[in-house]
Design a protein around this ligand. Structure first.
Ligand code: MG
Ligand code: ZN
Length: 209
């Protein structure tokens, strides 16, 4: 399983969406989240309220500017050939994730994330994968997702890059980490493999799958 923003995409998509389109005040919301005053659910909901004229066209226009690690396309095809089940686990929004993947011809990937949809002119965000026991009070509780999947699978490989991956990191059987997640694992003594692109991961995994 893999994180999405910053791991599959080259930059954090939701953050740059808000940075580009939200009205003044979003920085304070973001800071409150960083300071732990609000959780990621409140942060996301509040920030989207600050985007004027939010529409499907606006999101499409934004998605045209986003790119992914292009070696992910090849990576995904290869693991599907090997019958390895793959999930994207993200504290982002499925509406964005699906559209970004589609741009690269990727469809039908299993996604566990927050849900967003237009109801009339309102963009409604819901959190079908949260958990009352989540220590981070995240929109999508990755620690719960990984615990649930562990009942189903013998071995879990996790790929991530940031803060939202911390709680899942210690629970994976094989962990690939970069950026802040890599630093975190170093500090906490969590065993992981360092990577930069999905090409690296494919190379490192080849003998194992
Ligand atoms: Mg990330
Ligand atoms: Zn959690």
């Amino acid at each position: 399983m893999s994180d999405f923003d910053g791991t599959i995409t080259t930059k954090d998509g939701l953050y740059s969406f808000i940075e580009t389109y939200a009205q003044k005040g979003w920085e304070k919301v973001e800071q409150d989240w960083v300071d732990g005053k609000i959780n990621s659910k409140e942060c996301l909901t509040e920030e989207f309220k600050l985007v004027p004229n939010l529409s499907e066209e606006l999101i499409s226009e934004f998605i045209r500017t986003l790119s992914i690690d292009e070696s992910f396309v090849d990576f995904y095809k290869k693991i599907v050939e090997k019958n390895v089940d793959f999930y994207i686990v993200s504290d982002g929004i499925d509406y964005f994730i699906n559209r970004i993947l589609k741009k690269y011809g990727l469809e039908n990937i299993k996604i566990i994330s927050n849900h967003g949809e237009f109801r009339g002119e309102f963009f409604e965000i819901s959190f079908p994968n949260d958990s009352q026991n989540c220590i981070n009070n995240a929109g999508t509780c990755k620690c719960k997702v990984i615990s649930d999947l562990k009942k189903e699978y013998e071995k879990i490989i996790y790929i991530g890059d940031g803060v939202s991956d911390y709680c899942a990191a210690g629970k994976a059987d094989v962990l690939f980490a970069k950026s802040r997640l890599l630093d975190y694992c170093g500090k906490k003594g969590i065993k992981c493999l360092s990577y930069n692109t999905f090409e690296d991961i494919l190379f490192l995994l080849a003998p194992k799958i």
